[in-house]
Design a protein around this ligand. Structure first.
Ligand code: IPE
Ligand code: IPE
Ligand code: MG
Length: 239
């Protein structure tokens, strides 16, 4: 795969549409999640290949706890199987695995597994793969605020940069590109603080159909954007 030009350093993906994908095929929703997990593997591999430094996958939101218990436990089970099976692949590919979100709400076995995976990949040097698990942006911001307040730091003098170190994403770059599949055009509580200047890319493709060529289209679309960060265009005549 040849991809030249400006590669986004950090890409966030809202992997949506698994349920509809299954429904369209007359299958139970869990089959959509299974197909979605396979696609996630492909996109992780592709992202590492093209030189993305950090990939954040929105895997389970705090709001997703409201789903029927059978679907939640199926998702947890899938995650467990994935992590057990893929750990050696992550290590082989030199990937650093990180989890963000309210991890204490996860079942004990999953919590232990994600933390063990973080430890086992901590000294890797390749792409960072962040899994947003039991995650919501508002909860993350509120937790960060509480941490800052209880750490005894000078709240009056707190800068944006210093505050961001209290977030789950401390030390990670802000996302350059956020992709959402399945035609929904919203953030659904994903990386609210960090997405301030992210480029947003929406596609109608359902997540289980989002393959390498779809990811390539998203990156190429990003490459055509002009990021101004509130300043004026470098292409415009500044006089
Ligand atoms: C995304 O697919 C996966 C999770 C939110 C866990 P959905 O399960 O939301 O699929 P749709 O939106 O119902 O099609
Ligand atoms: C967002 O998808 C969360 C994940 C992809 C993990 P949802 O399907 O939960 O979002 P809404 O309910 O359509 O906003
Ligand atoms: Mg959805």
């Amino acid at each position: 795969m040849i991809l030249s030009g400006n590669i986004p350093s950090h890409v966030g993906v809202i992997m949506d549409g698994n349920g509809r994908w299954a429904q369209l095929r007359g299958l139970p929703r869990v089959e959509g999640h299974r197909a979605g997990a396979e696609r996630a593997k492909e996109i992780i591999e592709f992202s590492a290949e093209v030189g993305i430094k950090c990939l954040t996958l929105y895997t389970f939101s705090t709001e997703n706890w409201q789903r029927p218990p059978s679907e939640v436990s199926m998702l947890m089970r899938l995650l467990e199987v994935y992590l057990r099976k893929e750990l050696s692949v992550l290590v082989d590919r030199d990937i650093v695995f990180k989890v963000i979100g309210e991890t204490w709400r996860l079942p004990e076995n999953i919590r232990a597994l994600v933390h063990a995976t973080e430890e086992k990949t901590a000294s890797n040097k390749g792409m960072t793969l962040v899994t947003a698990l039991s995650y919501s942006g508002r909860s993350e911001i509120l937790r960060a605020l509480k941490r800052a307040a209880t750490s005894g730091c000078d709240l009056e003098g707190l800068t944006e940069e210093a505050f961001s170190q209290y977030l789950d994403t401390a030390d990670l770059p802000s996302p350059d590109l956020i992709i959402r599949t399945s035609g929904e055009r919203r953030l659904s509580n994903f990386l609210l603080w960090q997405s301030a200047y992210a480029e947003l890319y929406f596609t109608d493709t359902l997540w289980p159909d989002f393959d390498r060529s779809e990811m390539l289209l998203a990156i190429q679309d990003f490459q055509g954007r002009e990021r101004r960060f509130g300043a004026i265009s470098v292409r415009s005549n500044a006089s």
